[in-house]
Write a protein that binds this ligand. Structure first.
Ligand SMILES: *Cc1c(COP(=O)(O)O)cnc(C)c1O
Length: 414
C-alpha cells in the first residue's frame, strides 16, 4: 500500500460534509486540540448567549427572567435537545447537577424498583466516580440494601444473576475507548430481571444512540465533553417513560416537587422527568449548554460517527507509517466499529510525552498509569490536524525532547 500523503489528507477535508461546522467555534490559533473528549471547544454562540444572559437577563431583568427568559424551563428545554441526540422520545431527559450526583439519584431509584436484590454490578476499570457513588450509597444504606460488585469486562455477562439489581456500565470506556454493545447487554440484563444504567460521558454527541429502541432503563451523561457546553456544565439524565410514574429518587429537592411554589412541607414528586431535579438550576451554565446544543441542530450523527472513525483510522495509519512511533502501543480497539472517538496510546513515559506535545501546541491528555489519550471531536477537527499532530508527536519521539525534566512535573489536573 502506498503511504498516505498530505495531499490525500487534504482531499478528505475538501470532501468532508461536516467541515462547515468548524466555523461555528472560537478556536485558539496555532493549537491542535485533541482533548474535546475532556473539555469541548467554545462555540461562538455560547459566548454571545452568556454575555446576553449576564448583561440583559441577570444585569437588567433580574428575577423576572425566571419567567420572561424561561430560566425555569432550561433543564427540560436542554434535556429535549439532548433527547434527539440519544434516541429518546420527549419527556425522558433532563439536565441538572453532575454525572456523579445524577448517578446517586438513579442508583437510589433503580434499587427502589428491585426489592430483594442488592448487587450493583459494574466494571473494575469503570470511571472511578461511578464506582465511588455506589460505595457511598452502600455505606449509607448498608450492604443488605446495596452492594458493589466489580469485575473485568470479560466476566460481566457471567455475573448477571438474580442477585443483581442494577448493571451500571459506561458505554465507551474512558481510557481505551472500547464501546459496549448497548442493545445486546441491555437485553441480556433484562432477561435476568436486572435494570441497566448507562453512562454516556464519552458517547453523547459522537455516537448515534438509540436509548428507547434498546429499552434502556436509565442513563447519565455529561455536556462539557463532546457537547461543548463549557467547564462544569450540567450533566443530563434519562429515565425510561415506563419507570417514571412509580420511581422515587433520594435527592428529592424542591425543584423536583410537583408544585415547588406551593411551598408545601410534604414532598410530592412531579409526575414526569422533573422529579429528578433537586435544587435551583445553574442558569448561566445552562444557558451556555442551551446555545451549545444548537450547534448540533441539523447535524446527522451518522455523519459524525463516520468522521470519527475516519479521523482515528487516519491517525493509526499515519502512526504505522512513522517508525519513530513504534514505541507507542495502541490500547484502543483496532477495529473502528468497536472504538469511540478517542485513541489511547500506551508508553511508560506517557505523561512526559503528553506534556511535550502540549508544549508544541498539540493538546491531548494523560490518564494514569501510562496512557496518552487523544480525542477526535469531529465538529471542529480537520483531517489535516491529524496529519500535523502525528508529525509533531514523531518529532518529539525522534528528538527525545520529552525527556526534558520540565515535562515530568505534575499538576493537579492531568
Ligand atoms: C467525565 C466522566 C464523568 C464525570 O462525572 P462528573 O460527576 O460530571 O464530574 C463521569 N463518568 C465518566 C465515564 C466520565 O468519563
Amino acid at each position: 500500500m502506498n503511504p498516505v500523503t498530505l495531499t490525500d489528507v487534504q482531499a478528505l477535508d475538501l470532501a468532508d460534509p461536516l467541515a462547515r461546522k468548524r466555523a461555528e467555534f472560537d478556536l485558539p490559533e496555532h493549537i491542535i486540540y485533541l482533548d474535546g473528549n475532556s473539555l469541548g471547544c467554545l462555540p461562538s454562540a455560547v459566548r454571545t448567549r452568556v454575555t446576553e444572559v449576564i448583561d440583559q437577563q441577570w444585569g437588567t431583568d433580574l428575577i423576572k427572567s425566571w419567567n420572561t427568559h424561561g430560566w425555569i424551563d432550561l433543564p427540560v428545554v436542554t434535556g429535549e435537545k439532548i433527547a434527539r441526540l440519544i434516541g429518546a422520545a420527549p419527556g425522558q431527559v433532563i439536565c441538572c447537577d453532575s454525572i456523579s450526583v445524577n448517578l446517586f439519584k438513579l442508583l437510589s431509584a433503580a434499587l427502589g424498583l428491585q426489592p430483594g436484590r442488592t448487587v450493583v454490578l459494574s466494571q473494575d476499570d469503570n470511571f472511578p466516580t461511578d464506582l465511588y457513588m455506589v460505595q457511598g450509597l452502600s455505606d449509607l444504606l448498608g450492604s443488605h440494601r446495596c452492594r458493589l460488585l466489580t469485575v473485568c469486562a470479560e466476566d460481566l455477562e457471567r455475573q448477571l444473576s438474580s442477585d443483581v439489581a442494577v448493571l451500571m456500565l459506561t458505554h465507551v470506556n474512558f481510557r481505551s475507548g472500547y464501546i459496549h454493545d448497548m442493545q445486546r447487554i441491555t437485553e441480556l440484563a433484562h432477561s435476568k430481571g436486572i435494570l441497566v444504567i448507562w453512562d454516556l460521558a464519552h458517547s453523547a454527541g459522537v455516537l448515534p444512540l438509540q436509548l428507547d429502541q434498546c429499552q434502556v432503563d436509565f442513563a447519565v451523561g455529561c455536556t462539557y465533553k463532546y457537547l461543548n457546553a463549557g467547564p462544569g456544565a450540567p450533566a443530563f439524565l434519562y429515565v425510561a417513560k415506563r419507570h417514571l410514574s412509580h420511581v422515587n429518587q433520594a435527592l428529592c429537592g424542591w425543584m423536583g416537587h410537583q408544585s415547588p411554589f406551593q411551598f408545601s412541607s410534604e414532598y410530592e414528586g412531579a409526575p414526569g422527568i422533573e422529579k429528578f431535579l433537586t435544587g435551583t438550576p445553574p442558569v448561566i451554565s445552562m444557558s451556555a449548554l442551551d446555545a451549545a446544543l444548537d450547534v448540533f441542530d441539523k447535524v446527522d450523527l451518522l455523519e459524525v460517527r463516520h468522521k470519527t472513525k475516519r479521523l482515528t483510522d487516519l491517525f493509526i495509519t499515519l502512526a504505522a507509517q512513522t517508525p519513530a512511533l513504534d514505541v507507542l502501543s495502541l490500547a484502543s480497539p483496532t477495529d473502528a466499529d468497536q472504538r469511540g472517538a478517542q485513541l489511547a496510546w500506551r508508553h511508560a513515559n506517557a505523561y512526559a510525552i503528553c506534556q511535550a506535545l502540549i508544549a508544541e501546541g498539540v493538546i491531548g491528555d494523560f490518564r494514569a498509569p501510562d496512557i496518552l489519550r487523544l480525542g477526535f471531536s469531529p465538529l471542529y477537527l480537520r483531517y489535516e490536524d491529524v496529519w500535523h499532530s502525528v508529525k509533531v508527536l514523531a518529532t518529539i519521539m525522534e528528538t527525545g525532547r520529552w525527556q526534558n525534566k520540565k515535562f515530568s512535573q505534575t499538576s493537579k489536573v492531568t
